[in-house]
Design a protein around this ligand. Structure first.
Ligand code: FE2
Ligand code: FE2
Length: 281
């Protein structure tokens, strides 16, 4: 396996995977204040596979749907934000397949964290307005694991085993072996993809949520913790990362909110499962 400094050098020239075209177009749309159903339909028309999956999802039991035949109708059923999030999730799930990680566990955790971020965001008293990048930050928070998995091949399998055997959080084992971790690598990937800075930074800081004044990083950190606590994790058997307790207060949340948050998280999990099922079909 490469030593830490060798790896970091290699990371500078690493072939980061390209973002799916739909994701790039969507994130450009996201940066605009108003997004219309027509604009969304146009982006989705780029990719027949995604359009058909979105329709299947809009017709699924989760959305209590049937007879939705066009993307415009799907937007009415699911809402613009919902369609945007679903398209983003489906296209990434389809494009990025883990090698040494369990596909279903990895993406279920990612989708559940994204949903939980939305739950926390609704309840957080210190957030004056919703953060448009919050869902994506949750969905993509561990994407650096997929980059490391592809770049290091069997070497990443070794790091996963190390974290498990030493009962360490995965990012600690990655740092020891590589001098970097999946949070940093994910942040770099999103910079390469020219995603909004808030998003790249939230991913880079999700295990160090007070490093910058980034509420999205704090939402992801807390959502990640809550999902792991409820066994919605990657199944890598590494030790869970402890929560940074100040994050509760920073966001204007209290641990007494937890029962309600967990109930809403499970409702969000049903949506995550519906998306996973649509992506796999
Ligand atoms: Fe992580
Ligand atoms: Fe995570």
């Amino acid at each position: 396996m490469a030593s830490g400094s060798e790896f970091v050098k290699r990371l500078d020239s690493v072939d980061f995977p390209a973002a799916p075209e739909v994701v790039m177009r969507l994130s450009r749309l996201l940066s605009e204040e108003w997004v219309t159903a027509e604009q969304l339909s146009e982006v989705m028309a780029l990719d027949a596979g995604i359009s058909s999956r979105v329709l299947r999802l809009a017709n699924s039991v989760y959305f209590r749907g049937q007879g939705v035949r066009s993307i415009d109708e799907a937007v009415l059923r699911v809402g613009i934000d919902g369609v945007r999030d679903v398209v983003f999730a489906l296209s990434l799930l389809r494009a990025f397949k883990p090698l040494h990680l369990n596909y279903k566990s990895f993406w279920r955790h990612s989708l559940a964290v994204a949903q939980t971020v939305l739950v926390l965001q609704q309840r957080a008293l210190n957030l004056p307005a919703p953060i448009p990048e919050a869902y994506s930050a949750g969905l993509l928070h561990d994407i650096g694991m997929l980059v490391l998995d592809r770049t290091l091949g069997a070497g990443y399998g070794g790091i996963l085993a190390d974290a498990r055997d030493k009962a360490q959080p995965l990012f600690v084992a990655e740092r020891a072996a590589l001098g970097t971790d999946h949070a940093d690598v994910g942040g770099r990937l999103l910079e390469v993809w020219r995603m909004p800075t808030v998003l790249a930074q939230a991913v880079a800081d999700h295990h160090n949520p007070l490093a910058n004044d980034n509420a999205a990083a704090q939402l992801v950190h807390l959502a990640d913790f809550i999902c792991n606590q409820h066994d919605i994790h990657h199944s890598t058997n590494s030790r869970f990362v402890a929560v940074v307790p100040e994050v509760w207060e920073e966001l204007g949340l209290s641990e007494t909110d937890l029962p309600g948050i967990v109930t809403d998280m499970y409702a969000g999990l049903a949506k995550a499962d519906a998306i996973l099922a649509a992506a796999a079909s």
